[in-house]
Design a protein around this ligand. Sequence first.
Ligand code: BGC
Length: 385
Amino acid sequence: MKKIKLSFLAITALALIGFSCGNNGSASTTQTDSATTNQSQMANDFGEVDGKKITQYTLTNKAGDEVKIINYGGIVTSWITADKSGNRSSVVLGFDNLDSYLTPPPYFGALIGRFGNRIAGGKFKIGDSTYTLAANNGRNHLHGGNKGFDKVVWDVTAAPSAGNPSITLHYLSKDMEEGYPGNLDVTVTYTLTDANELRIVYDATTDKATPVNLTNHSYFNLTGDVANTILAHKLQIAADRYTPVDRGLIPTGELKAVAGTPFDFNGPTAIGARIAQVPGGYDHNYVLNGGKTTALRTVATLSDSVSGRQLEVQTMEPGLQFYSGNFLDGTLKSNSGQAIQKHTGLCLETQHFPDSPNQPSFPNTILQPGQKYHTETVYKVSVVQ
Ligand code: BGC
């Protein structure tokens, strides 16, 4: 009798599940024409990697600003906004075809992980175990290794829909992938708000202690034209100190005052004004005032008087890598065939400090099982002049 009752319950439950699936199915097939059109404007085929379909998704806000993102590397391929004259162009460097990303360019627009920036000698220790990573930048490890999060295909767990310009990407980085311990379960959500803010929310959990330092590697050029350098852009960074580096760009461990040096961006200063005094150009981590926070705060502002555009960066992270596109050398070509020259884009990567796993005095980057990694960054573009 008991058995019969149980199977009756099971059948009823299955029927209910079936019913709700059927409902969902019919809801999607009875979409209106305009909804279908909106859908196709929000997602278009972008090719294939490792036999997996790559799609380009478009987030559009009420003002008509548009951010395009692909599930390969979670790459922001363009961010179209108007300048002070109403001309629309992309404020980030990127490409309109997948092949250009497979070459590959230096992390254009990509999600970076498992560990952003460098780990000295490609080695770190947790407890008694030493882990060896790829030396993909001289003798050091950079941006997660040979196949970091910028070169993997992410699952799309929530695609943008009408009235919801947001996309959620998921990636399971397996235990010992690129030499890192633990299965790291990562979720990143990009949302474009009506205030033209690109909000990036990063979450992760692990089943073994592992270093985690996630960021986005967009190259900004507020003129919207890669024919121009970013040297006339004015930058302000709320940081009294930075982490000086050795020749391999590994922090020496010192937190050095920026006052009286070409690294001081406490007031808005043209990037080109003192760059000649910085051998190789800016490629340094700033120690943001206030350290790691649980709420967003503005840490940097970038402006360009020609386009009238301004970029504001908000984060919870303790560090910001200011990279002035020093290694761009004209080899890569833009969609219109323009050579992408040195200093034609700059990165403001919100992060923990480079080489933290080997620098006990830096804020901790080791995520433990049971802990939740959560951080948010907002890039906001507006016209101010
Ligand atoms: C690093 C640079 C590196 C660049 C690659 C930046 O985050 O700091 O040293 O060359 O990424 O595009």
